[in-house]
Design a binder for this molecule. Structure first.
Ligand SMILES: C[S@@+](CC[C@H](N)C(=O)[O-])C[C@H]1O[C@@H](n2cnc3c(N)ncnc32)[C@H](O)[C@@H]1O
Length: 119
C-alpha cells in the first residue's frame, strides 16, 4: 500500500490515499464510496462481444498466449470497446503493432505499452 500511496501522490492525488480503502488483516478493501460504483463481471475475450464503451482498458499478459487470429479478434474488441481517446494498457511483451488497429492508436508510453485511441 505504501507503493500505491506513492503512485497516488505522484499522479496528483490530493486527499489522503487511506480514505479510499480499509485494511482487514492482510487485505486492503475498497471503501464503499468506490465499491458502490464498481461492477465486477466475467468476460471471455475469445467468445464475448463488446458490452460497453470504456475510458480505460487494462489487459496485461493475456494476448501473448493467443494465436494471431484470436489476437486480431481481441484487438477489434478493444477498439470497439474504447471511446474516442480512451486508453489501452497491454503487457510489456505485448503490442498493437502489426495488428489491423495499429494506426488507430498513439503511444503514451512505449515501454509500459500504454496507448490512446486516436480515431
Ligand atoms: C498470465 S495471466 C495474467 C494476469 C494479470 N493480467 C497479470 O498481468 O498479472 C493470464 C490471465 O488471462 C486470463 N485469460 C485467459 N484466457 C482468457 C480469455 N479467453 N478471456 C479472458 N481472460 C482470459 C486468465 O484467467 C489469466 O488471469
Amino acid at each position: 500500500m505504501q507503493e500505491y500511496t506513492q503512485n497516488y501522490l505522484q499522479s496528483g492525488g490530493k486527499k489522503s490515499f487511506s480514505e479510499y480503502y480499509l485494511i482487514s488483516g492482510k487485505d486492503a478493501i475498497f471503501d464503499t464510496s468506490l465499491r458502490n460504483n464498481m461492477i465486477f463481471s466475467l468476460h471471455n475475450l475469445a467468445s464475448d462481444n463488446s458490452f460497453n464503451e470504456f475510458n480505460l482498458i487494462i489487459c496485461r499478459n493475456v494476448l501473448i498466449y493467443f494465436n494471431k487470429t484470436l489476437q486480431t479478434r481481441v484487438h477489434k474488441l478493444f477498439y470497439d470497446s474504447l471511446n474516442s481517446f480512451g486508453i489501452l494498457v497491454l503487457g510489456k511483451q505485448e503490442s498493437i503493432r502489426f495488428s489491423p488497429y495499429e494506426n488507430n492508436y498513439k503511444y503514451i508510453d512505449k515501454v509500459e505499452k500504454i496507448y490512446r485511441r486516436c480515431n
